[in-house]
Write a protein that binds this ligand. Structure first.
Ligand code: NAP
Ligand code: ZN
Length: 346
């Protein structure tokens, strides 16, 4: 066992505390990772605030982890001490079901073990990346491409894969009109991926002052969702809308922006159920879908794609003691566009 310093929430909505936890003894296929940076995903806030059912406290959030390998178990084959690595949203899966075998570990039939706020297969709680060190089975670790900075890379481990995976699955590419709804942590990375895949990209945001940045990330068009004219002008336009909004949206209004056979894919995960009128689907054979992060091989593919296309999150680095303030600012959508904790300040 190895003691490590962490940022932990003792109960839902409580302020963070600096404390320590024990990481497990290295197993033969484990890596020990010295965490350098940990991105702050809005899912961390939903979890730490108990928005979703099943919060396990005390909780150490963080599933956008980058760092350096400091020790390897004797059966580790793909990593060596000194390697620059990343860990995303889950740290175990059965490895045997049809979904694991086809590289979709996030849909494991046994249920994947989330990086935090989860119980591992031995029944022990998992603790995430707001921490100096983590021990992870090598199968759940990815390589950070050479030349990619560990700080800016960290949000790719969740925001990156969560947007890359559905954009690819729903064929964002040349000839396709794609809308990215919400320009926060996920949204600003989604713009870059959709543009690099060759789609025409439109950003739909409440903000009046993000247009120039949206265009610099590769958007072709930018519209305010607070302006009713937007919904008239863009009716029936898009093949795909990727909804990254952390709160409920008026689903029917957005469905009306889809062309025949268009799809609204939800990755934003508000706690409250949403409603829609079935006629919004029936009349133009539209679909509503959802998508959960992505598989491990796809996560490595996403990182390599990002490196090849110069895609990087725009980050604001914070010190450990700024964590509560950072959560407040994310809730006010006052972040450009991802906070990343410098773990050396913990
Ligand atoms: P974020 O940085 O806070 O961005 C969310 C954006 O949604 C905001 O920047 C804002 O965009 C928009 N928004 C927020 N509140 C709104 C409201 N009341 N009405 C309309 N728009 C609003 O959050 P994130 O880290 O990108 O995460 C977004 C969501 O995805 C969260 O619910 C998170 O839990 C979820 N998520 C899901 C997965 C998955 O696998 N499906 C993975 C990661 C995260 P504008 O200011 O541009 O309007
Ligand atoms: Zn996340």
């Amino acid at each position: 066992m190895c003691k490590t310093h962490v940022l932990s929430v003792p109960a839902a909505k409580a302020p963070f505390e600096k404390t320590t936890i024990e990481r497990r003894q290295l197993r033969p296929d484990d890596l020990s990772i010295d965490i350098k940076f940990s991105g702050i995903c809005h899912s961390d806030i939903h979890s730490a605030h108990g928005d979703w059912a099943g919060g396990i406290f005390p909780m150490v959030p963080g599933h956008e982890i980058t760092g350096v390998v400091t020790a390897v178990g004797e059966k580790v084959t793909k990593f060596a001490v000194g390697d620059r690595v990343g860990v995303g949203c889950y740290v175990d899966s059965c490895g045997e079901c049809e979904y694991c075998l086809r590289g979709e570990e996030q849909h494991c039939s046994k249920g994947f073990v989330a990086t935090y706020n989860s119980l591992d297969y031995d029944g022990n709680p998992t603790y995430g990346g707001y921490s100096q060190n983590i021990v992870v089975t090598e199968r759940f670790v990815v390589h950070i491409p050479d030349g990619m900075e560990l700080d800016a890379a960290s949000p790719l481990l969740c925001a990156g894969i969560t947007t890359y995976s559905p954009l690819k699955r729903w064929n964002a590419g040349p000839g396709k009109k794609v809308a990215i709804l919400g320009m926060g942590g996920l949204g600003h990375v989604a713009i870059q991926f959709a543009h690099a895949m060759g789609a025409e990209v439109t950003v739909l945001s409440r903000a009046k002052d993000k247009e120039n940045e949206a265009l610099s990330f590769g958007a072709d068009y930018y519209f305010s969702t607070l302006d009713p004219e937007t919904f008239k002008m863009l009716a029936g336009r898009f093949d795909l809308i990727l909804n990254t909004v952390s709160a409920n949206i008026d689903v029917d209004s957005y469905l009306s922006l889809l062309r025949v056979d268009g799809t609204l894919v939800n990755v934003g995960a508000p706690a409250e159920p949403s409603q829609y009128n079935v006629f919004s689907l029936i009349m133009s054979r539209r679909s509503i879908a959802g998508s959960l992060v992505g598989g491990l091989a796809e996560t490595q593919e996403m990182l390599d794609f990002a490196a090849a296309h110069g895609i990087l999150p725009q980050i604001e680095i914070i010190r450990a003691e700024q964590i509560d303030e950072a959560y407040e600012r994310i809730l006010r959508s006052d972040v450009r566009y991802r906070f990343v904790i410098d773990i050396s300040t913990l």
